[in-house]
Design a binder for this molecule. Structure first.
Ligand code: ATP
Length: 456
């Protein structure tokens, strides 16, 4: 439950002192320029919800410059950086925002302060990228996604009312929605304007343990049945940005532990249609996804071959026929290797099934085939293939690929062979014999080499 206290108290009790000092300093600099400064977005939401000091690393600030100039945000960030040369300054001209980054600072740790100029966004047409014009804080908050994300704390003193900073600005009932634990959208067209908000609604609902408010859910369903998929696929120049944001939202979701709950909710809302209208997950998919994650933890514990989010996303897209999965992967800007896996999984699976169903295939034949396949694809094949394939991949990853060679190049030289191209082949054949279990010690391995490759 939300405790209604002055935000000033909340900031003081929940934020580490050095961080408070930075925010106060930024507010003073803004005030000296005659600007108002607000803390907005996720930090306000999380500070209101927190019972313990939350781990906040991102602070979104908005400058409301009375003169409706368009670059107060960047100007303020520059002033702050003059005082804090240890912070890295990044300016993003197009959106009039600037970011200051403290990276592993001995006092402040790692955190980012984003400073934007108050703005409203109007959408020239649905699903387009926001176009930006300068405006006041209320409008800035109105363009945001959900009421719980549209709260602001004034950090500068209120000039007319002679009030101290710390006032909570709640124009859209965000505080009550925090108390009611609801994700509520700010306006009916929100999801049509920006379909990524559907994924954001689900992400916040799942992460915070909130409900998607009833009317908001109807807006989601309307947006989806109005054919959002076509919008995300459009040819216009704004869609690449939308698709990249969609990919990022999927990434955020699949990175978490709560992704299954989020994905079930997305399924429930028919939101997977945003990726492709034919994308449906059956019982089997969920079973396979447990396998793929277990194998990922065992065989790629540091996620060097593939990160969890991408593995789940690929596994998801593999529910589409191969000729559909690949274009979706391109649309979502997935890497070349991802695209390749989506394109080749079905045929690789078939070829392996054929090999496994032939009469007693030599293990080394199977091992050689598996050796050609990258680990990420092996994990997907293990989860999605039948038991025979899963067992072979298990044996390959656990045993065959781990075999310590009985002989190496120096041993071959010692046996009298001339180093050269042929060594690679000899060692590879030796490995195949080991996989087949015909060679178990160095002596038999040496005899085998001498027999196979007689010295002149
Ligand atoms: P998190 O804790 O996950 O970072 P956050 O609320 O800070 O949550 P961000 O994605 O960092 O989320 O976005 C910052 C703020 O920008 C949000 O609180 C929201 O007000 C606004 N915002 C972000 N994406 C959108 C969007 N697609 N439409 C409208 N507003 C958005």
């Amino acid at each position: 439950t939300v405790v209604r206290t002055s935000m000033q108290d909340r900031l003081q009790t929940l934020l580490p002192q050095p961080l408070q000092a930075v925010l106060t300093e930024v507010a003073q600099l803004a005030e000296q320029q005659g600007w108002q400064l607000y803390l907005v977005g996720g930090a306000v939401r999380d500070l209101l919800l927190a019972e313990q000091p939350p781990k906040l690393q991102e602070f979104d600030l908005v400058v409301d410059g009375v003169h409706t100039g368009e670059s107060e945000g960047a100007a303020l960030a520059q002033l702050v950086q003059q005082r804090h040369p240890e912070a890295q300054l990044q300016i993003f001209g197009q959106f009039q925002t600037a970011a200051l980054l403290w990276n592993q600072d001995p006092v402040l740790g790692t955190f980012a302060v984003d400073i934007a100029t108050a703005r409203s966004e109007f959408y020239p047409y649905p699903a387009a990228n926001p176009e930006v014009t300068a405006s006041s804080i209320r409008q800035d908050l109105y363009r945001r996604d959900f009421t719980i994300n549209a709260l602001a704390v004034r950090l500068t003193p209120h000039r007319q009312r002679q009030r101290q900073g710390g006032e909570l600005l709640d124009f859209f009932g965000g505080l009550e929605d925090l108390q009611q634990r609801q994700v509520r959208v700010l306006h009916p067209n929100s999801f049509i304007e920006d379909p990524t908000r559907i994924f954001r609604a689900v992400r916040f609902a799942t992460r915070l343990g909130f409900e998607i408010e009833g009317q908001t859910e109807r807006y989601v369903r309307n947006a989806i049945s109005s054919g959002i998929y076509q919008q995300t696929q459009g040819e216009n120049q704004k869609t690449p940005a939308l698709q990249a944001r969609l990919r990022n939202e999927l990434k955020y979701i699949f990175k978490t532990d709560y992704w299954p709950t989020a994905l079930k909710l997305l399924e429930n809302l028919d939101a997977l249609q945003c990726l492709h209208p034919q994308l449906n997950l059956g019982q089997n998919w969920w079973k396979q996804s447990r396998i793929v994650l277990r194998w990922h933890h065992s065989f790629d514990p540091e996620a060097k071959a593939i990160p969890q989010w991408l593995l789940i996303l690929e596994h998801l897209l593999l529910e589409l026929p191969p000729e559909l999965a690949h274009p979706v992967a391109i649309t979502l800007h997935l890497s070349e290797s991802s695209q390749q896996r989506l394109k080749t999984l079905a045929t690789t699976q078939q070829a392996l099934a054929q090999l496994l169903s032939s009469a007693e295939p030599r293990p080394s034949l199977i091992a050689r085939q598996l050796q050609q396949i990258d680990l990420a694809l092996l994990l997907l094949l293990a989860a999605r293939g039948d038991l025979a394939l899963r067992c072979s991949i298990w044996q390959y990853l656990n045993y065959w690929s781990q075999l310590k060679p009985l002989l190496n190049g120096s041993d071959l030289i010692r046996l009298g062979y001339q180093p050269g191209q042929q060594f690679k082949q000899m060692l590879s054949e030796l490995w195949a014999e080991m996989v087949d279990g015909t060679l178990r010690d160095r002596a038999t391995a040496e005899q085998w080499v001498q027999h196979q490759y007689p010295l002149m």
